[in-house]
Design a binder for this molecule. Structure first.
Ligand SMILES: [Zn+2]
Length: 373
């Protein structure tokens, strides 16, 4: 077991920058004896001009039939939490190797630009978790998004303008209903490149990188347990599961066994609305790029702020991108807002989420190990 107490472990595993998280991940992988694969992003750089990469640590035999795949950083700064969970898992695996016959693949910072620049999107303002659609077909439409676009993206950053946008948004919700609102956001949109939840105009670098690393490290695997770590949804400091297997099918039932039916079948997290119709998820990318494998898994979120505050943080993210050259103080304040929503500096929050994350990863390892061949 890990010798560190929860608070000390959280303090040790949460890094304040992408570069720090990356270095710690690589060091923890070395300590666990896990070979690493570094996929350098050739088209993007960090805020200081430094190199960006998605880094992969791999444990267990190459010919394993079962694997656990853990991904961090799909949504940029949400990656601080996923990274901490991966680092803590590597520490544990350094003293207690994984079960024989199980492969563990840890993907650090699948969206390294967003992680390094503290933006939920990729370098092209793309929500990576809407980018894994079938690009052979026309992108899905989202006919109601244009009527929400102005209220979701701030044109001006002042209390008056933000309050006016919020009032427009609430008026829209009164007419269309909350469930429709949640659904419009979840579907993503492929028409407004400066908007929120923009799914892109083609496959992002991170999307192609996921395919490359699955081919390199999970070819031949027949059963994949997937954890895609996120933050921002659910009760503060608590895990919130979004299982993307079909409700009731074998994968869904398996996720219920691994993590508890009450967690998988909860209706919390969307302010009472049903789970919306997500499109273009990383989960779907894993299914597409590992076609021989059965995939069971979930996006696992940790709650931070109330949804209105998280929405304000998304507006800040968008505003920072559409208003380059903001005064440094203002840019810093907007980034602090983003971090409160997606990587709170609160030590109690970190301790809580890391404890849950370790347990959830442990349950997944046991679950994948017990998965019949
Ligand atoms: Zn997320």
């Amino acid at each position: 077991m890990n010798p560190l107490a929860p608070a000390a472990l959280a303090h040790a595993c949460f890094m304040p920058t992408y570069a720090g998280a990356r270095a710690h991940f690589l060091a923890a992988a070395a300590a666990a004896g896990a070979p690493t694969d570094i996929l350098v992003h050739e088209q993007a750089r960090g805020p200081d001009g430094s190199t960006l990469s998605t880094d992969v640590a791999v444990l267990g035999p190459r010919d394993a039939e079962r694997a656990l795949l853990v991904v961090s950083g799909t949504h940029g700064p949400e990656g601080f939490t996923g990274s901490a969970a991966q680092i803590a898992l590597l520490y544990r695996l350094a003293v207690q190797p994984p079960p024989a016959g199980l492969r563990i693949v840890l993907v650090h910072a699948i969206n390294p630009w967003g992680f390094a620049h503290l933006s939920r999107t990729t370098e092209n303002n793309v929500d990576l978790n809407r980018n894994f659609i079938d690009w052979e077909a026309p992108p899905p439409d989202n006919p109601l998004y244009p009527s929400l676009h102005a209220a979701l993206t701030a044109q001006e950053w002042s209390p008056e303008a933000l309050d006016a946008a919020e009032a427009r948004l609430q008026a829209w919700i009164r007419v269309q209903g909350h469930a429709t609102f949640v659904d419009v956001l979840a579907r993503g949109q492929y028409t407004h490149p400066h908007g929120v939840h923009y799914g892109g105009a083609g496959r992002e670098w991170s999307n192609r990188t996921l395919e490359t690393l699955l081919q390199r490290h999970l070819a031949g695997v027949r059963r994949i347990g997937l954890i895609d770590w996120h933050t921002g949804l659910g009760e503060r400091g608590q895990p919130f599961f979004l299982c993307f297997n079909e409700p009731g099918d074998a994968g869904w039932e398996r996720a219920c066994r691994w993590w508890g039916r009450d967690r998988i079948e909860t209706r919390a997290g969307f302010d009472g609305s049903a789970r919306p119709r997500y499109q273009g998820l990383l989960f779907q990318g894993v299914q597409r790029y590992a076609p021989a494998a059965e995939v069971t898994g979930a996006v696992i979120e940790f709650g931070t702020l109330a949804s209105a505050e998280t929405r304000r943080a998304l507006q800040a993210d968008s505003y920072l991108k559409t208003h380059p050259g903001l005064p440094q103080d203002q840019a810093r304040a907007l980034r602090a807002l983003l971090l409160e929503a997606f990587s709170p500096p609160d030590p109690d929050w970190k301790r809580s989420v890391l404890g849950h994350a370790l347990r959830i990863q442990e349950q997944a390892i046991q679950g994948v190990e017990a998965w019949p061949a």
